[in-house]
Design a protein around this ligand. Structure first.
Ligand SMILES: Cc1cc2nc3c(=O)[nH]c(=O)nc-3n(C[C@H](O)[C@H](O)[C@H](O)COP(=O)(O)OP(=O)(O)OC[C@H]3O[C@@H](n4cnc5c(N)ncnc54)[C@H](O)[C@@H]3O)c2cc1C
Length: 594
């Protein structure tokens, strides 16, 4: 009765599909749906073209073969190997086969790719992408200078405006609404400008909230990347998959965290230690600086540990682009040139720039199948579909990236699975489906969270707690991990989680109360952080980005399986990796050398 009373006060709006997130994945899905005539709402904490996708620099992978011989089988092989055999091979095959189609589609939607002299799309080499099954680097990254994400996101936004997608800008989704059968029937959301809470009822909800890179102190990610979708899923009883696998990008500007795209090395940049040595040749004789990111980050860390770092504290290495020539740099890497000036006071045409491995990308997320449908273990089936819920993009785990993502495969993942999810929703004849009833307690969880924040006037300060989360993750879930350090991290993060429950607001005003928004974000950060720390401490092997000093080898016999972390009691479960692709032979596991 009480629940009904509170619900009656909340305004409710109805849509065929509510999409949470207006990055590349959300807007690729919304475009498909709006073009099919569905009533689609897209929510975003920021203006759509400010989503983190806008910051993607290097490129989008597709085996077009415009500049060197290539085909999707090579791309498939590289992605399976890059994933350190944790990727699901059905999803990887689907993505690599679809890649040329979705890239040409983007081209036809108006995306301004760089061009070759013959008019075809320019493609640059990228880490871990090879021809002939690892023999030599291939040119597969389709690029618009070093602003590929910018070009992609603006193209999608414009097409969505044309298709009449409805955008809810500066709206923050807070919780998923599930009915008694466990189906998802909508979300609660806060209009940030007014502070009003709404129920958005939907036949289908699609999560596209991006990554949670802000759980770490040194990150290339935007401030809005607080893992809200992960928090929403976790609170709604949905597990998070493979959260122990976080990618460190080798080349964040030392001290600033801002990214220098792998496209730099794609164009020929070289990593050097304090002796001026191009050290990657020692670690990866074939691919050298273009080995996959986990490999390069570890090699850099090793150089620094062994005393060959640069600078007064010997705590970074150098990325040298001086030999590329000013013309190439200004044409192919104009943003990198600016970043050098603005964040390191370095003219990259004249001197090398200090870099360190920096947190960049979450390989794990909300578990889905290749249609984007969210799947959970139930009644003996590890992949039971949750009706009414989809997830795509960085917040999801389909899993094409496994234990380590190859550069350019994320932008690809956004458009391939954004499109596939859109098509699948259309195929389920959503327009003809009825709305399910909203349960009486639809908004109770959210109302309780808001009430708790408002009442704890003298509670913990949210940014203090957030900083402690970041410091803990940085220290205990870094490039190299040890059991002792991870166990300590688990204890610390659980203690911080208790403090999250005591966060309070000094200012309870409604209009654009950014303190309230940040406090709500911390409740999402903590779910992503706990998932990461607890999943990591429970994996006694080294695979992809999870480099365990006490267990330096991969253990396929026992650990070729996906982790599932549940928020309730920090429970862990596991499910098998899908080793069978759709139509081709699977790539059998072997040791990764480059
Ligand atoms: C600096 C940088 C460079 C990169 N370069 C490349 C590259 O060259 N190639 C490549 O393949 N990948 C690259 N990546 C990775 C890739 O860009 C990202 O993985 C991808 O863009 C994520 O897209 P997304 O659609 O999942 O989410 P995002 O683009 O992060 O968008 C998330 C959306 O969700 C919204 N949102 C979040 N929470 C809420 C909420 N509670 N309520 C409402 N809305 C919400 C946000 O407002 C935003 O609109 C790069 C990443 C970074 C950080």
């Amino acid at each position: 009765m009480e629940a009904l009373k509170t619900m009656a006060k909340l305004a409710t709006r109805k849509f065929d599909v509510v999409i949470v997130g207006a990055g590349g994945s959300g807007m690729r899905a919304s475009l498909q749906l709006a073009q099919a005539g569905l009533n689609v709402a897209v929510l975003s904490k920021v203006f759509p073209t400010r989503s983190h996708t806008v910051a993607a620099q290097g490129g989008i992978g597709a085996s077009l073969g415009n500049m060197s011989e290539d085909n999707w089988h090579y791309h498939f092989f590289d992605t399976v190997k890059g994933s350190d055999w944790l990727g699901d091979q059905d999803a990887i095959e689907f993505m690599c086969r679809e890649a040329p189609k979705v890239v040409y589609e983007l081209e036809h939607l108006g995306m301004p790719f760089d061009r070759n002299a013959d008019g075809t799309i320019y493609q640059r080499p990228f880490g871990g992408h090879t021809a002939n099954y690892g023999e030599k680097p291939v040119q597969r990254a389709c690029a618009a200078a070093d602003r590929t994400g910018h070009a992609l996101l603006h193209t999608l936004y414009q097409q969505n405006v044309k298709a009449r997608t409805q955008f809810f800008v500066e709206w923050m989704a807070l919780d998923l609404i599930r009915d008694a059968e466990g189906d998802v029937v909508g979300v609660t959301a806060l209009e940030m400008e007014t502070g009003e809470l709404y129920i958005l009822q939907a036949k289908t909800v699609l999560m596209a909230t991006g990554g949670a890179g802000r759980i770490f102190a040194a990150s290339t990610n935007a401030f809005i990347n607080t893992g809200d979708g992960l928090g929403m899923a976790a609170r709604a009883g949905i597990p998070l998959e493979d959260m122990e696998f976080w990618q460190f990008h080798p080349t964040g500007v030392a001290g600033a965290g801002v990214l220098l795209t792998e496209g730099c090395r794609g164009e020929g940049a070289i990593l050097r230690n304090c002796n001026g040595e191009a050290f990657m040749a020692r670690y990866a004789p074939t691919l050298k600086d273009l080995a996959p990111r986990d490999f390069v980050s570890r090699s850099m860390d090793q150089e620094i540990k062994e005393g060959r770092g640069c600078g007064p504290n010997k705590d970074y290495v150098l990325l040298d682009m001086t030999h590329l020539g000013t013309e190439t740099i200004l044409k192919r890497l104009p943003s990198v040139f600016e970043i050098g000036h603005n964040f390191a006071n370095v003219d990259i045409t004249k001197e090398p720039i200090p870099v360190v491995p920096t947190i960049h990308y979450q390989m794990g997320g909300i578990p889905t199948n290749i249609n984007g449908q969210v799947v959970v273990p139930k009644d003996g089936n590890p992949n039971t579909i949750i009706n009414g819920l989809y997830a795509v993009g960085e917040c999801s785990c389909v899993s094409v990236h496994g234990a380590n993502r190859l550069g350019t495969n994320s932008l690809l993942d956004l458009v391939v699975f954004g499109r596939a999810a859109g098509n699948h929703i259309i195929d389920t004849a959503l327009k003809q489906k009825n709305f399910k009833d909203l349960p009486a307690d639809s908004a109770d969880r959210t109302l309780a969270r808001l009430a708790r924040l408002d009442s704890a006037r003298d509670g913990e300060y949210s940014q203090g707690v957030a900083n402690d989360i970041r410091a803990c993750m940085q220290k205990h879930a870094g490039v190299f991990r040890t059991q002792a350090s991870m166990d300590e991290g688990v204890a610390k993060i659980k203690a911080i989680a208790e403090r999250v429950g005591r966060i309070g607001l000094k200012d309870n005003s409604k209009v654009f109360n950014t303190a309230r928004i940040e406090a709500l974000e911390v409740e999402n950060l903590i779910e992503a952080a706990q998932a990461t720390m607890i999943s990591a401490a429970a994996r006694p092997e080294s695979r992809g980005a999870h480099a365990h000093n006490d267990y330096p080898s991969r253990d396929d016999a026992n650990w070729m399986k996906h982790t599932l972390w549940y928020s309730e009691d920090n429970r862990l479960d596991y499910k098998p990796v899908k080793l069978q692709p759709l139509t081709v032979e699977s790539v059998p596991p072997k040791v990764r050398t480059f």
